[in-house]
Write a protein that binds this ligand. Structure first.
Ligand SMILES: C[S@@+](CC[C@H](N)C(=O)[O-])C[C@H]1O[C@@H](n2cnc3c(N)ncnc32)[C@H](O)[C@@H]1O
Length: 284
């Protein structure tokens, strides 16, 4: 597996399953990721399209059972490498497939619990703008049974690798007062939004990012700030354009990322190096 060592972390190009198997047990404090959505985007074809080799994307054929196994295998390994008390946080939403809305987040909770992850929180990420126009159906047919609300939200599901409070490996065990002080969370706007499980964060605008499905860096920042301390290692097993890795760098965390597509790895790496080199001495 090819790796790119950067000053705050590393990006591996390849299947995260292979990469995770190489990582030491109990070595990661926090995972934040958004998995490839079941049949929603074929990333290889997207890369081909960007390179001008094809003019269309096709949905990759994969059965739901195979997709379930794909996720379980990877989140099982993520469980092994996560430190006791650490979290994996997953951005996910129902997907449309063959005229059905597949309740992926709700299935995922069961799969994660079977692995050993403890379900902690369901946060709604609300986007100010809907991409689809489903609600138009009722406008054309204003009768019961024609209600298809436009989708403006995704889920942020929080899972923990539980540990005893007196387990010395627990990520919360030996935080010093100095560390707590340094990582104190700004509560100025806490009652405004952060205290609730609906987070309104603007999605990435078209053209702002070369990846077809990035989540906002502000979303990653909020997760990282709430669930890790400075110098902890934050991991994104489906790193895409590197939004989690950039957010980790912004917040002085170390990062580990995995991504299969060379194009996205290069893009993430270049952005990380570029922003790192723009940091002034005052930032350090
Ligand atoms: C939903 S996207 C993640 C986007 C990312 N959160 C961002 O903000 O740019 C999922 C990514 O997983 C990558 N991927 C798919 N299968 C993978 C695997 N087995 N290991 C690592 N990455 C994979 C895809 O190429 C895609 O870039």
């Amino acid at each position: 597996m090819q790796d790119y060592e950067l000053s705050n972390g590393v990006i591996y190009r390849g299947d995260c399953l292979d990469g995770l198997r190489e990582l030491a047990e109990n070595s990661i404090t926090l995972g934040f990721t958004s998995p490839p959505y079941f049949n929603a985007v074929n990333y290889e074809e997207h890369v081909e399209k960007v390179q001008g080799n094809t003019d269309h994307w096709e949905r990759e054929e994969m059965s739901y059972d195979d997709y379930q196994d794909f996720l379980i295998d990877r989140f099982e390994e993520a469980f092994r490498v996560t430190k006791p008390g650490g979290h994996t946080i997953i951005n996910i939403s129902p997907v449309h497939w063959q005229d059905e809305r597949v309740p992926l987040p709700f299935h995922l909770v069961g799969w994660m619990e079977d692995i050993g992850w403890k379900f902690k929180e369901d946060i709604i990420w609300e986007k100010p703008v809907a991409k689809d126009r489903r609600s138009g159906v009722l406008l054309q047919n204003p009768y019961p049974g024609y209600y298809y609300p436009s989708v403006v939200a995704e889920y942020i599901l929080v899972f923990q690798k539980e540990a005893d409070n007196n387990d010395k490996n627990n990520i919360y065990w030996d935080r010093t007062e100095e560390e707590k002080e340094k990582n104190q969370i700004d509560l100025d706007d806490y009652q405004g939004e952060k205290s609730k499980n609906v987070w309104k964060i603007r999605q990435v605008a078209p053209g702002e990012n070369e990846h077809p499905a990035p989540f906002p860096r502000d979303l990653a920042k909020r997760v990282i700030e709430l669930y890790s301390y400075q110098d902890d290692t934050v991991m994104d097993i489906f790193a895409g354009s590197g939004q989690t890795l950039l957010a980790a760098q912004d917040l002085d965390r170390e990062f580990t990322g995995f991504e299969t597509q060379q194009e996205y790895v290069e893009y993430a790496k270049d952005r990380i190096i570029d922003e790192n080199s723009q940091m002034t001495l005052e930032d350090i």
